[in-house]
Design a protein around this ligand. Structure first.
Ligand SMILES: Cc1ncc(COP(=O)(O)O)c(C=O)c1O
Length: 425
């Protein structure tokens, strides 16, 4: 008999109500589903702020750069900035949203392995804090922009340290065989440093690496810090960025280091290796993933004797593509009965026209789950809403922030007319 959903997988303010249902931020999930409809992303604002504060206390004020790709809307950009984080934006679009939120450009770092000249021009004219340069072709574009009369931006060089992180191959980025960064082992990294130092089109302020995402092994981070420190210390640049990548527990039995533990591993390694420069990090997932649950409505329960039970909900791969992309695991529970044993087993699927549209391949669910139930998947705050799509022209779900017994809609549900907003023919 599978256990009830453990509170460790729920947002910080999750509490049991007197009737056995779940409250987050003092709000009933069942009532939120009634008010805003489903699917619905519910973020615990206290949880978000707690993780931001934990990161700032582990690494220091302005040494934490929130990776907006994990989850970005104007409310989230403002929250992170209010909590003393800078923002990592990887495209012109992410920069646009950050600026629209009122975050100053000089709190934003511009990333991307293939920034267009327009994105670079936008970043420089807006006055971003740093551009993280990823290739020699990008350096050519910076030269061209300098010839146009643009001021040289502060740049970091993204270095590929040759460390293979233990994670899914699609999100491992620090190995030699990577589209990201300047390869350390083959000498490109040193050539890039020499060029950046000589070029009037850029001001070299530091080095950067990011070995991958959803990494659980502290040893991977320590190794990357060691490789980067050995390269960086003789260069004596003002800043070293060790990326993001800290994993989070998604399912029962998974355990990840805390942000505080991650901070100790990285900062102790840097201190031991004689790093004198400012050390900063770029967490995304570890700030937002466990802050949210997604609420769905159960639409069909199809029992195929001797094979399996399919439970179809009103969302799917369009609001959470991670199971399809990486085979990622999740848990499910019924907010009306949080402490119920989850003795049934089912495949939780979406409403899209593919057999691959799976949210949970083998979910433990309460045996009395039925059509009309609100079903919740926890730890869905990172790379769900932000990687979502309109596949099958399904409007994207809204986002609510909850706290102190109140909910506020921060992203409204898309309408059918939104689906036509770009059609001109
Ligand atoms: C350059 C860079 N920094 C930070 C991050 C954030 O990683 P995570 O969300 O795993 O912390 C990413 C994600 O892929 C990234 O590419």
């Amino acid at each position: 008999m599978a256990m009830p959903i453990p509170f460790g997988l729920l947002p910080d303010t999750a509490r049991l109500a007197d009737d056995g249902s779940l409250l987050i931020g003092g709000c009933s999930l069942i009532e939120l589903a009634e008010t805003y409809g489903t699917p619905l992303f519910v973020y615990d604002e206290t949880h978000l702020r707690n993780r931001c504060r934990e990161a700032v206390s582990a690494f220091g004020y302005q040494n934490v750069v929130y990776a907006t790709k994990a989850f970005l809307c104007t409310a989230m950009a403002r929250l992170a900035y209010e909590e003393g984080l800078l923002l990592d934006v990887a495209t012109g679009g992410e920069l646009h949203v950050a600026l629209a939120a009122g975050v100053p450009a000089d709190a934003c770092t511009m990333h991307g392995n293939n920034k267009s000249i327009d994105e670079l021009r936008m970043a420089i004219t807006q006055g971003v804090r740093q551009v993280v340069v990823d290739s020699f072709d990008e350096m050519d574009r910076l030269d061209a922009l300098h010839l146009e009369g643009l001021a040289p931006p502060n740049v970091m060089l993204r270095i590929t340290p040759g460390v293979h992180a233990h994670t899914h191959e699609f999100i491992a980025t620090g190995q030699d065989d990577s589209k990201f960064g300047f390869n350390l082992r083959n000498g490109d990294a040193m050539i890039a440093v020499d060029r950046a130092r000589r070029c009037p089109s850029m001001q070299l302020v530091g080095l950067h690496c990011h070995i991958g995402s959803n990494v659980f092994a502290a040893s991977n981070f320590a190794k990357a810090a060691e490789v980067m420190a050995n390269f960086a210390v003789p260069l004596d640049l003002p800043e070293l960025v060790l990326g993001g990548g800290l994993g989070v527990a998604y399912t029962v039995g998974e355990e990840a280091p805390t942000i505080t533990q991650w901070g100790s591993v990285l900062l102790d390694a840097c201190a031991a290796l004689g790093v004198r420069s400012r050390v900063s990090v770029e967490p995304g997932r570890s700030i937002v993933a466990a802050a949210a649950v997604t609420l769905y409505s159960v639409g069909t329960v199809k029992r195929i004797p001797g094979i399996r039970t399919y439970i179809a909900v009103d969302g799917g791969m369009s609001d959470n593509p991670r199971p399809v992309l990486y085979g990622s695991g999740y848990e499910a529970f019924l907010p009306r009965a949080v402490e119920a044993e989850r003795g049934g087993s089912a495949r939780i699927v979406g409403k899209h026209c593919e057999s691959g549209d799976v949210l949970i391949f083998d979910a433990a669910v309460p045996g009395d789950i039925c059509v009309g139930d609100v079903l919740a998947t926890p730890v869905t705050g990172a790379y769900g809403q932000s990687m979502g799509s309109n596949y099958n022209k399904v409007p994207r779900p809204p986002v609510v922030f909850v706290g102190d017994g109140r909910s506020r809609l921060v992203v409204r549900r898309e309408t059918f007319d939104d689906l036509l907003a770009c059609d001109i023919g």
